[in-house]
Design a protein around this ligand. Structure first.
Ligand code: NAD
Length: 309
């Protein structure tokens, strides 16, 4: 199968590209390299350096003629979306619309859209949260990702294409940017290995669902070869981990004995978030295969190599 992956130079996208190539697909990447890195793009994939909002997008999609598009590229930082919601929407909403238009012109039949669980559902009444739970994004980022989901569904309805949205939990693993805001595993790991103290916001008992990036790539790999799977599916472990749990396990793996520092709680931070991935199991036969501790070990091993001078 010929597959175009947007955002394939980023954290999640580069693992998706590696996995699709391993499965024998022909893969091309579209990325503007704003947060992605050229060297992360697998040498077997052709890279088109292009912005989602660029007029050249149509041409890239038309010449690639993909059977499927995996749309990973996004403005993925909640804090930037709060500071500049127009920019966030220009990439996440208008960029997605531009891509869907290019799909329509090139008669692409399958789109797998990478969305967010936690930021989309917002504060939830039901934990683990299923896909039919009300959507209550509390940030412009959550709102733009949810809005793009709606455009993806409209594209499917209007063109007869088949679209599946994967709503990811908190992803962690090798290649995550420790300078990023949300990757607590990446931030703690790089600080612990550099001998720096880690700061926990508030009491550290806030929970998230942490899914290993290779398991996310596995979900995408299943999604592209299962065109009958449509709608939305959560991609998470169903297990809640606290920030304190993560610090404890990472400190042990890196041989650190000093406790983390605690700072003030972040105003408006969600207390608990965990996804119900039953639908992904039904549709794709997918469930998170990597135990949390094993994922952390792989992540620490990768950061040790990456940080070596
Ligand atoms: P990332 O920043 O590493 O990857 C985003 C990629 O998109 C980068 O390579 C970047 O250069 C590219 N990009 C950004 N704007 C672009 C534009 N205008 N045109 C073309 N390319 C552009 O972030 P990530 O963590 O890998 O996130 C990937 C996707 O997964 C996003 O859609 C995000 O919303 C979603 N997601 C991530 C997480 C997580 O925990 N990392 C959780 C839920 C959902």
């Amino acid at each position: 199968m010929r597959i175009l992956v947007t955002g394939g130079a980023g954290f999640v996208g580069s693992h998706v590209v590696d996995r699709l190539l391993e499965d024998g697909h022909a893969v091309e990447v579209l990325d503007n390299l704003s947060t992605g890195r050229r060297e992360r793009v697998n040498a077997k994939a052709r890279l088109h350096v292009c912005d989602l909002r660029d007029a050249r997008l149509d041409e890239v999609v038309a010449t690639t003629r993909p059977d499927s598009i995996v749309h990973v590229a996004a403005q993925a930082a909640v804090s930037r979306s709060v500071l500049d919601p127009r920019f966030d929407a220009s990439v996440n909403v208008l960029g997605t619309i531009g891509l869907l238009e290019a799909c329509r012109h090139a008669s692409v039949r399958r789109v797998v859209y990478i969305s967010t669980g936690g930021a989309g559902y917002g504060d939830t009444d039901v934990l683990p949260t299923p896909e039919d739970h009300p959507i209550r994004p509390s940030s412009p980022y959550g709102a733009s990702k949810v809005s793009a989901e709606r455009y993806v569904d409209c594209w499917a309805g209007l063109t007869g294409g088949r679209a599946l949205t994967l709503r990811l939990a908190n992803v962690f693993g090798p290649r995550q940017d420790p300078a990023g805001e949300a990757g607590v595993v990446a931030i703690f790991t790089s600080r612990l290995l550099a001998g720096e103290r880690c700061l926990v916001n508030g009491d550290g008992e806030q929970t998230r669902d942490y899914v290993y990036v290779l398991d996310v790539a596995d979900a995408v790999a299943r999604a592209v070869v299962t065109p009958d799977a449509v709608g939305a599916a959560n991609i998470g472990t169903g297990v809640e981990k606290t920030v304190n749990d993560i610090y404890r396990e990472l400190a042990q793996l890196t041989g650190v004995t000093v406790p983390a520092e605690h700072g003030p709680a972040r105003p408006g931070e969600q207390r608990r978030s965990v996804l119900d991935a039953t639908r992904a199991k039904k549709l794709l036969g997918w469930s998170a295969a990597t135990p949390f501790g094993e994922g952390l070990r792989q992540t620490v091993a990768w950061f040790r190599k990456d940080l070596r001078p």
